[in-house]
Structure formats: structure tokens, C-alpha cells
Write a protein that binds this ligand. Structure first.
Ligand SMILES: [Mg+2]
Length: 199
């Protein structure tokens, strides 16, 4: 199968640390259940120059380039590759961060498992990922953002939603919640031979 895999909070621990930095910087207590990359949309009271300074500080600290892998991620990726699935990175990271992502993957020995990196160029994450799934003819997307999962499920056979505090709630068809990397490969098995050719 052709499988798209998100980086942040599927392969790595990212959004909770982004939220911690945000809360510290602005003296807020946004809970992790409300974590969002676009959190500034919910806080219009924060001025643009303060937002810019916040992101500047994250870049200086190499935030994206220093993300830790989640338990089992490396083993899960290796196994998907070993059994013959074709893997693609589908990330919401903006295109200007491509070099950071490539270095991060190279340093962790992950580059060789992936055929391409699809990063974001101005579009909102749900639309970006839905288009990437279509363009790359992906069968499955592994993702942690609820809105992205719903958008992608319209155009692929199955979305595996990596369980996180911010993606709770009932799931529409074609979206399956998984709780660890050890669930990824088994969750693909039932759909072998069930590919929907009617689309
Ligand atoms: Mg993510």
C-alpha cells in the first residue's frame, strides 16, 4: 500500500512542547486537549510582533530539528518498509522548513524509508493533506489532527488517527483510532483485498 505519514505528533513529540513554550511565553494555561498549531488564531489579543518573536525563539532553539521520536516510531516505520509498503512524509510543516526536516530525518536514519516529503505551501493543513493524498494516490494516511483526518478520509481508503489528547471525539467511517505504533501494521491487515476501485 501507499502510506502517508505525518511527522509531528505521529513520529515525534512536538505539539505539547510547542504549547508549553506558548503558555510560558504568554503567561497562559491552555490545556493540552486544546492544543493547536494555529493557536494564535484563538488569541487575537496577542500582537503580531510578539508572535514573530515567539517563532524566532523557536527557530533559534531548533525546535523542529530537535524533535524526539515517539516510542516505537522507528521500529514501526522500518517494519512498514520491510514488508513492502511505500512510504511518504505528509507534513503540515511549511516548505521553508524543508531543509530542517531533511536534516532531522537524515540524522535519525529515516530518510531511506521515504520516497518523498510533501510539505505545505500556504494552504491550510486539511486541504494541503487532502490534495497530497490525492496527488500521491495514497491508500492510507497516518495523522494526529482531527480536521486533517476528516478531510483526508474523503479521498483515501483509511486514515489511522494517532491518539492524542487534542483529537478526541467520535470518528466518522474510514478513520480508525490507534494508540501506538505497534497497532499500525495490524490495522492495515483487514483491508487487504478490499480496495475500493469505484472511486
Ligand atoms: Mg501532526
Amino acid at each position: 500500500m501507499r502510506i502517508g505519514i505525518d511527522i509531528d505528533d505521529v513520529m515525534t513529540h512536538s505539539l505539547p512542547e510547542f504549547l508549553d513554550a506558548f503558555n510560558r511565553r504568554f503567561g497562559l494555561k491552555v490545556p493540552v486537549t486544546e492544543a493547536r498549531w494555529e493557536i494564535f488564531r484563538r488569541h487575537p489579543e496577542i500582537p503580531a510582533d510578539a508572535i514573530a518573536a515567539f517563532f524566532e525563539e523557536l527557530y533559534r532553539a531548533d525546535f523542529l530539528g530537535s524533535r524526539r521520536l515517539l516510542p516505537g516510531a522507528r521500529e514501526g516505520i522500518e517494519e512498514l518498509h520491510r514488508v513492502g509498503h511505500r512510504l511518504f512524509i505528509i507534513t503540515g510543516r511549511p516548505r521553508r522548513d524543508r531543509a530542517i526536516t531533511e536534516r532531522w530525518m537524515e540524522e535519525r536514519g529515516l530518510s531511506r524509508f521515504f520516497e518523498a516529503i510533501e510539505d505545505r505551501d500556504g494552504l491550510d493543513a486539511p486541504l494541503h493533506k487532502r490534495l497530497a493524498v490525492t496527488r500521491l494516490k495514497l491508500d492510507v494516511l497516518l495523522e494526529d489532527e482531527y480536521e486533517v483526518a476528516v478531510a483526508a478520509a474523503a479521498v483515501c481508503d483509511r486514515v489511522l488517527l494517532y491518539d492524542q489528547p487534542w483529537n478526541q471525539g467520535p470518528l466518522p467511517g474510514r478513520i480508525l483510532r490507534i494508540h501506538s505504533w505497534s497497532h499500525v501494521l495490524p490495522s492495515l491487515a483487514p483491508q487487504i483485498g478490499q480496495h475500493d476501485h469505484s472511486r
